[in-house]
Every structure is written in C-alpha cells, then in structure tokens.
Design a protein around this ligand. Structure first.
Ligand code: ZN
Length: 109
C-alpha cells in the first residue's frame, strides 16, 4: 500500500495521461519534447533520460522560447472543467465529446 486512496490514484493516472497527451500534441507540432528521468551527471550536465539537456538548450540559445516542464510525479489534483459548448464535465485538455464531434464534422482533428 502506498497510502493513496483509489480515487487519488485514478486522478494521478489521469493527470499523467493528460501531460503525456499534451507532450504528444507538442511533438506533432515539431516542438522539442523530451521525456524521461531528469538527472545531473558527474560533470554537472543535465540529462533527461539519455538525452543531453545542455546540448538541446544550447541549440536554442538566444532564441525566444517557451519551456514547459511537466512532472509526472507531482500529486497535484487535476481539475474537472465544464464544457462551455455541451455542458459536460471533463478532465481532459479539451472536451472529448466536442472534439469527437469536431473531427466528425471536419473529417480531421
Ligand atoms: Zn463539449
């Protein structure tokens, strides 16, 4: 047992899934996305998984950037939002019902 209630575990799993979905949307836009364990080696270089974060950052030096970091470990509860279009509650990045309808109407995401 890890001390979390069943409900907290579900919320944490949904939050993880939402962060990963956001990352894959960023990846689809050809944005730089790195996932993995954040560590620092003996030379003080930061790595995410086996990728060198310093090299990656240096490539973008002096550029105006947006850096987003999602920790898959924080237990911050996710918020349920109410869709302004259809009134359904959802925990996703956007209302899944309206997303499905939009894809069906437009024939694409
Ligand atoms: Zn909706």
């Amino acid at each position: 047992m890890n001390g979390y209630s069943h409900e907290e575990e579900i919320m944490s799993a949904i939050r993880r899934a939402t962060i990963l979905k956001l990352a894959s949307a960023a990846y689809e836009m050809d944005l730089g996305v790195m996932t993995g364990l954040l560590t620092r080696d003996e030379n003080g270089r930061w790595r995410i998984g086996n990728q060198d974060l310093n090299t990656w950052l240096e490539k973008h030096a002096a550029a105006e950037v947006v850096l987003v970091l999602g920790s898959l470990e924080d237990e911050q509860p996710i918020q349920t939002r109410t869709c302004r279009t259809c009134g359904r509650d959802y925990t996703d990045l956007e209302c899944p019902t309206c997303r499905t309808n939009r894809i069906r109407l437009r024939g694409r995401a």
